[in-house]
Design a protein around this ligand. Structure first.
Ligand code: ATP
Ligand code: MG
Length: 309
């Protein structure tokens, strides 16, 4: 991706033009560009499902860090952890022991969403609906329930309608599968955000995911659209990563964000401190990239198709 002033020759104060000096200068310029911009807030709540049935591609990392990035810039944001692994709950530092009221109670026991929402300790307006280990059985329990695909949608619609100041954004973190939990997420959302890891098998399985989204759109949620694709764990030193990034851009020119998320140790360390990378190390390259990706999402706004709730 090109950043403002990227083509200029950059020198360190001592007059050395080194890769490190260039990198530091580039990070500074990007930080300043972000700081000087006020992001537009959506008029209606944007609900984005972060999904890819491939495991470990950066779904949770993306949901949590985009949410934190938007909350830091003044938005009210909710993350719904819909994965029994509970990784998003961990990363946002919210309680999710077995006895904690969670998304399981909402989907299976009809508990109002407002009763399970927790405030993340990170930012004033960042909230999380935690997932506990009980969710592992929900795929099976859902099968026999009435309106089994619509349960999250109903709970979320009701919750948002009852709020005086509704969320600007809701991110739903999906498990790596295409089961009933993920279907609930697709029905509750208007937008799908697909993180794609820049590696060899990146595009494998993507057509299956897109076919499923098409089916949901046809039968259960006509407003659903793949609005955003984000390239994750990018390593610019490898030809393969560049090749994959180019392939994805060729296939999905309108959906892929300009911002690439670099592979970064700081990003992978943050969850073990119960933090997003935005609070863990605001000045890191990973943090900056998630702030830039969030800014792009805010600037682009909701897709034209699909009436927002
Ligand atoms: N940009 C990055 N740089 C370095 N490590 C990363 C980055 N993004 C994610 N990771 C690490 O890669 C692993 C997988 O990421 P993550 O948990 O976000 O993927 P996921 O798609 O949610 O996985 P799952 O399918 O199990 O839910 C984690 O250990 C995470 O810390
Ligand atoms: Mg995950």
């Amino acid at each position: 991706m090109k950043h403002p002033g990227e083509d200029q020759q950059v020198s360190s104060p001592a007059g050395f033009d080194t890769p490190l000096a260039r990198e530091i200068s580039d990070l500074t310029r990007r930080r300043q560009a972000l700081a000087s911009e006020r992001l537009p807030q959506p008029e209606k709540t944007r609900v984005l499902t972060v999904s890819n049935q491939k495991g470990g591609v950066g779904k949770t990392t993306t949901a949590v860090n985009l949410a934190a990035a938007l909350a830091r810039q003044g938005a009210r944001v909710l993350v719904i952890d819909l994965d029994p692994q509970g990784n998003a709950s961990t990363a946002l530092g919210v309680e999710h022991r077995a006895e904690t009221r969670s998304v399981y109670d909402v989907i299976i026991n009809d508990m109002p969403l407002a009763d399970v929402v927790q405030k993340s300790p990170e930012f004033g307006a960042l909230f999380c609906v935690p997932a506990t280990i009980h969710l592992a059985g929900a795929e099976i329990e859902l099968v026999s329930l009435v309106a089994r695909e619509q349960r999250l949608r109903r709970a979320l619609d009701l919750h948002v309608r009852e709020m005086t100041d509704p969320y600007h954004y809701v991110f739903i973190d999906c498990p790596p599968s295409l089961g009933l939990l993920t279907i609930n997420a697709f029905v509750a959302a208007r937008e799908v955000l697909i993180p794609i890891q820049c590696e060899y098998y990146a595009l494998e399985g993507l057509s299956q995911l897109l076919k499923n989204i098409e089916l949901i759109e046809k039968h259960l949620n006509p407003d659903l659209a793949v609005s955003t694709i984000l390239l994750t764990m990018y390593d610019s030193r490898t030809n393969l990563a560049n090749q994959v990034a180019q392939d994805v851009r060729d296939h999905f020119p309108d959906q892929v964000l300009d911002t690439l998320i670099p592979r970064s140790v700081r990003v992978s360390e943050a969850p073990s401190y119960g933090q997003s990378v935005i609070s863990y190390d605001l000045n890191s390259a990973g943090s900056l990239s998630y702030l830039e990706a969030a800014a792009e999402i805010a600037r682009r706004g909701a897709p034209e198709t699909g009436a927002q709730q």
